[in-house]
Ligand binder design. Structure first.
Ligand code: FBP
Length: 272
């Protein structure tokens, strides 16, 4: 499908890799996530900074894109996420993401892709699977790529595997994402290059991007993870807190770009 390929091309450079800025945290975690550097609660301020530093795309919920969508340069990718959940629900009821926007909303906002989360292994997996299928079927008909945040989590996973980042669980989620029609996958770090390579293999050619995770106090630790992701065949990273929880995220973004697009070693990239 030409439309899907062209639109994916706004995120991925010729090397097939991308660095995407994530900013759905005000909804998913709450505004406290911005307290480390409060100015960034204003999406227009942080998005202008990340654009200047050179990220390839931005991911937001529809309402935030109404405020800051224009700050995303037209040649960069805009990904509109159509599902979420708040952190205000009791923890064991947070295993469901609900739909809060529609493919049409994303198109009106000038999106290049839509995204939705599936918590594989959740007791509510069925609801998210159907939600994803509906979004994907409609978006694909219109030539829009669909990104799946394939996040395995749930009580059985904890019981059987001990943690949601176990590679057997992560690669299962990635495979389920592919088989349910995802054009791009965002998932957890499995802890090593070797295990992440298996996740990439399980995704059978669909690009797999790292989901950033909590801010690393030492930026070099995060750069090392992203280096291993790309060495494992990963297609880059979708990063939120590691960027907006720093007053000046520019050096980190520039280092990430050098690693993702120029294969620079993390120590080298950090110095530049
Ligand atoms: P981070 O780089 O800050 O981890 O952002 C990625 C992301 O998936 C966000 O899109 C989302 O809001 C958050 O992490 C969800 O994290 P979790 O479900 O682990 O609380």
């Amino acid at each position: 499908n030409v439309g899907i390929r062209r639109r994916l091309g706004r995120f991925f450079r010729r090397d097939g890799r991308a660095l995407i800025f994530a900013m759905d945290h005000g909804f998913e975690h709450g505004p406290t996530d911005f307290e480390e550097h409060w100015e960034h609660v204003n999406p227009r301020i942080i998005i202008r900074k990340v654009m200047r530093a050179g990220v390839d795309g931005v991911m937001m919920l529809p309402g935030l894109a109404r405020i800051a969508g224009n700050d995303v340069k037209p040649e960069r990718g805009l990904m509109i996420k159509l599902t979420s959940k708040t952190n205000l629900r009791p923890k064991d009821e947070q295993l469901l993401q609900s739909q809060l926007g529609y493919v049409e909303d994303a198109i009106k906002l000038g999106a290049d892709a839509v995204a939705a989360t599936v918590y594989w292994g959740s007791p509510q997996e069925d609801v998210m699977m159907r939600q994803f299928a509906e979004i994907a079927s409609y978006a694909h008909d219109l030539g829009f790529p669909v990104v799946q945040f394939a996040y395995p989590r749930g009580p059985y996973i904890n019981e059987k595997y001990g943690k949601k980042e176990d590679y057997r669980v992560v690669m299962y989620g990635a495979r389920a994402a592919v088989e349910s029609g995802a054009d791009m996958i965002k998932t957890y770090w499995t802890g090593s290059r070797e295990t992440f390579a298996k996740v990439v293999d399980a995704a059978a050619g669909v690009p797999v991007l790292l989901s950033g995770g909590a801010k690393a106090e030492n930026p070099l630790d995060f750069l090392r993870v992203v280096y291993d992701v790309v060495e494992a065949g990963g297609a880059g990273a979708v990063v939120g807190r590691n960027i907006f929880q720093r007053e000046n995220p520019e050096p980190l973004i520039k280092a990430l770009i050098r690693i993702i697009h120029r294969n620079e070693e993390p120590e080298e990239a950090a110095k530049a």
